[in-house]
Write a protein that binds this ligand. Structure first.
Ligand SMILES: NC(=O)C1=CN([C@@H]2O[C@H](COP(=O)(O)OP(=O)(O)OC[C@H]3O[C@@H](n4cnc5c(N)ncnc54)[C@H](O)[C@@H]3O)[C@@H](O)[C@H]2O)C=CC1
Ligand SMILES: CC(C)CC(=O)C(=O)O
Ligand SMILES: [Mg+2]
Length: 354
């Protein structure tokens, strides 16, 4: 199985390294062979070859069975214009691989209940939400620009969705909901945005094909509030690119840390891109402080979705659980009485616990 590896910038290379340590341990334990090929993207690619997404990177990814990505971006490249920023590489690869459905599961490990921002009575039995974020449309990909106007400039970004784009991601959400608690909450801003009105119409129509799945609609401002007030009302949250970006960071804090949230970006085929929800965290880069669990759990999603290795995926998730049970924590999820370890040690502990 061929895995293209994009370490990226900031803490990206640190957390990706630990995901590889765990994948190598999986290969050894279960008798698989993973072939890793490292490629450039983001700031690292800008520095090396002057573009955030080299053609060669896209080519290697397209020829691979899965892509493992750390994160891109950082202050070094913040003054560059839009299409030359590291983040343009990320948008480019998602579009280039046609990965339109981004799955972001937010689950509270029982061992981390005290690290969650939620009070015990709100957390109740735990939390298990799946955000299905549309990933290749919306305001991140619509027409954008700047123009001179009297007194300064104007700038615009356009939110665009087509029926087809909404349909295909809605099907993903409804199908996944069938294997869960059979509830989809579609989040939009249909009281204001035309693209959201189309979104709501199409999701409702697709929903009729899944009569066994409950569908409700919620405006994004209310959803942001409800996630904190009563998160257990949600099972699958189906939403647009930008709203999903924002709500999934919010959901991450319910689980204890942004460093805990994995993601899988999927398209029509088996090829998927697996990356943590967080960014390159320049404030802690190079200090062996980053939590690698989000990336390691993303690798588990790779085993499940791209390779169909459910037992192996479960083994990784169980190993994470065991290490947390033993009291080990990176700084972001540490609570009194736990043992604080660095990025490398956390990765090795998880590999040992497989
Ligand atoms: N997928 C990607 O490649 C993404 C890239 N970015 C880029 O990353 C750069 C930094 O963005 P920020 O807004 O600061 O978001 P960020 O997600 O990198 O960091 C936000 C906060 O969370 C902490 N954090 C993030 N991941 C962590 C981990 N694994 N362990 C412990 N703490 C962690 C950071 O230290 C920081 O305090 C920017 O250039 C941004 O554009 C941001 C989000 C996603
Ligand atoms: C460049 C951004 C769209 C990355 C991001 O924040 C994300 O995908 O979560
Ligand atoms: Mg984000």
């Amino acid at each position: 199985m061929k895995i293209a590896v994009i370490p990226g910038d900031g803490i990206g290379p640190e957390v990706v390294k630990q995901a590889i340590v765990v994948l190598e341990a999986v290969a050894q334990k279960f008798g698989h062979r993973f072939e890793f090929q490292e490629v450039l993207m983001g700031g690292a690619a800008l520095d090396a070859v002057g573009v955030p997404l080299p053609d060669e990177t896209l080519k290697v990814c397209l020829k691979s069975d899965a892509v493992l990505l750390g994160a891109v971006g950082g202050p070094k490249w913040d003054d560059l214009s839009g299409h030359l920023r590291p983040e343009a590489g990320l948008l480019g690869i998602r579009k280039g691989l046609n990965l339109f459905a981004n799955l972001r599961p937010a689950k509270v490990f029982p061992q981390l209940k005290s690290a969650s921002t939620l009070k015990e009575e709100v957390l109740g039995e735990g939390l298990d939400i799946l955000v299905v974020r549309e990933l290749t449309g919306d305001v991140y990909f619509g027409d954008k620009g700047r123009a001179e106007i009297p007194g300064g400039q104007k700038a615009w970004d356009t939110a665009v969705y087509s029926t087809h784009e909404v349909e295909r991601v809605a099907h993903v959400a409804f199908k996944i909901a069938r294997g869960r608690r059979r509830k989809v909450t579609s989040v939009d801003k249909a009281n204001v945005l035309e693209s959201s009105r189309l979104w709501r119409e199409v999701v409702s129509r697709v929903g009729q094909q899944y009569p066994d799945v409950e569908l409700n609609h919620m405006y994004v401002d209310n959803a942001a509030m409800q996630l904190i007030r009563n998160p257990s009302q949600f099972d699958v949250i189906l939403t647009t690119n930008m709203f999903g970006d924002i709500l999934s960071d919010e959901a991450a804090m319910l689980t204890g840390s942004l460093g805990m949230l994995p993601s899988a970006s999927l398209g029509e085929g088996k090829l998927g891109l697996y990356e943590p929800v967080h960014g390159s965290a320049p404030d802690i880069a190079g200090q062996d402080k980053a939590n690698p669990i989000a990336t390691i759990m993303s690798a588990a999603m790779m085993l499940r979705y791209s390779f169909g290795l459910e037992q192996e995926a479960q083994a990784v998730e169980d190993a994470v659980s065991r290490v947390l049970e033993q009291g080990y924590r990176t700084a972001d999820i540490a609570t009194p009485g736990t043992i604080v370890v660095g990025t490398r040690e956390m990765g090795h502990l998880i590999a040992q616990n497989l």
